[in-house]
Design a protein around this ligand. Structure first.
Ligand SMILES: [Zn+2]
Length: 448
């Protein structure tokens, strides 16, 4: 007899369809789908939709808060929002080997979701270590910043970009290079123009420091180099309609190019009344870009949806310091799935199969976790989220499980929420309350 059976759910399985079936779980894995299954424990899904656990492929932890603390609190917020696995970007100027085992060790006993890492590649020494990082740590995805974050992260030039693409291509299709695509010279020129005319400004003025064409040009250039090198290229946080149109033309000719956008970019414009609380890099765009991103979600130009979560408090954010002084970033894990259910499924008719595909299956496939993750099938991890498309909740950051004292969505009503999160076969969140705990795991990946 199974440990657990989830009954009366409508299973949302990308590639298969929506299937009414019970799920039997044993030892944290799905062992059977069918009807009339029995288990020692039962969860009744009451005709609600059951999705594979959400994989947020793009978060940051430990940038402004203590890393060990954020591993605990922010992954708890993720679970409360239906996220059961996170892909966390880490980076710095020093070589990662041998020290990165300490970071991996830190996850044990701390994290509530499962976790995998992507490492920033900023120096030739780090690039040389890539085969070692794959072998020692099971890390198969790496990140390049064509435009860095002024004062925090350096830019890489085209020579470095192309050589790193070649390094990755030589290691095969199990290795993915993630790219933050913007043109740093265009950004620098735009920034100094805005600085010349504005002592302070609005969220919309901030957008002028990183114009839409800066992203589009970098997307085209990186795609060109990836075509030469033959590597797998994953664009993080695509924010503009211009990039979506460029990728719609580029991707059919190169199946090794992938594009991510974020739930905030799909729901917030530069004219939002959130003001500088929503200061971000890349910045929020105009309505037309938001609609183009949704179109990209619908027709497959967008492969994945992440958050680009950068947890911080209001004291760190310092939105009152104005356009130049406020910090970029925001917490977004607890609202990730509700934002997509509200703005995508309920407002724009995006199908739940699409949601499960872009928020679970494809991140798992692209980052080497499929079919352990990303699908509801025998043999897969029993990470599941039960959603109620009619549940409406007014967002209050206090209920999101994060240590952060704000959410971009505070005060907004979102329709469509997870009502149960099942992690490794255990019910861990029910109706917005943590009801159980199961230790998250570090996910080693292989390049073959
Ligand atoms: Zn990021």
């Amino acid at each position: 007899m199974a440990d657990l059976v989830i009954r009366e759910g409508k299973l949302v399985i990308p590639g298969t369809g929506i299937v009414e079936a019970d799920i039997a779980v044993e030892g944290g894995k799905i062992i059977a789908l069918g009807s009339g299954l029995t288990g020692r424990e039962e969860i009744i899904a009451s005709g609600k939709y059951v999705l594979p656990g959400i994989i947020d492929p793009h978060i940051h932890l430990g940038i402004f808060g203590d890393l060990a603390m954020e591993m605990e609190t922010e992954t708890r917020s993720g679970l409360m929002g239906g996220v059961t696995t996170v892909g966390c970007f880490m980076g710095g100027p020093n070589p990662y080997h041998p020290g990165f085992s300490d970071t991996i060790a830190l996850t044990e006993g701390k994290i509530n979701t499962d976790i995998f890492f992507h490492l920033g590649i900023m120096t030739p020494e780090q690039r040389q270590q890539i085969p070692r990082l794959i072998e020692e740590y099971g890390i198969t995805s790496f990140k390049l910043y064509m435009a860095g974050i002024p004062g925090l992260i350096p830019d890489v030039d085209d020579g470095f970009l192309l050589r790193t693409f070649e390094t990755a291509a030589a290691l095969g299709d199990g290795v993915t290079i993630c790219v933050h695509a913007e043109n740093p010279q265009i950004n620098a020129a735009s920034r100094s123009e805005v600085q010349g005319r504005l002592a302070d400004g609005t969220l919309a003025d901030w957008t002028d420091t990183q114009p839409n064409y800066s992203e589009e040009e970098a997307v085209r250039r990186a795609s060109y180099f990836a075509g030469l090198a033959g590597n797998r290229l994953y664009f993080v946080h695509i924010s503009t309609g211009e990039s979506i149109r460029a990728l719609a033309a580029i991707k059919p000719a190169n199946p090794k190019i992938f594009a991510e956008t974020t739930s905030p970019y799909l729901s917030i414009t530069k004219f939002s009344d959130k003001g500088l609380l929503a200061k971000m890099v890349p910045p929020f765009r105009e309505e037309a870009s938001v609609e183009a991103l949704w179109q990209g979600v619908k027709d497959g130009v967008v492969d994945t949806i992440g958050t680009d979560n950068v947890s911080q408090t209001l004291a760190v954010k310092q939105a009152d310091k104005g356009m130049w002084g406020a910090m970029p970033g925001y917490p977004a894990l607890g609202t990730h799935l509700p934002v997509v259910l509200h703005h995508g499924v309920n407002k724009r008719g995006v199908s739940l199969l699409k949601v499960a595909e872009l928020m679970s299956k494809k991140p798992a496939e692209i980052f080497g976790l499929y079919p352990q993750k990303g699908v509801i099938a025998p043999g897969s991890d029993a990470d599941l989220v039960v959603v109620d498309l009619d549940k409406t909740v007014r967002v209050d950051h206090k209920n999101l499980g994060s240590y952060c004292d704000f959410s971009l969505y505070d005060g907004e009503e979102l329709k469509g929420w997870p009502v149960m999160t099942i992690k490794s076969g255990r019910l861990v969140v029910k109706d917005g309350q943590v009801v159980g705990q199961v230790p998250g795991r570090y996910l080693r990946r292989s390049a073959s």
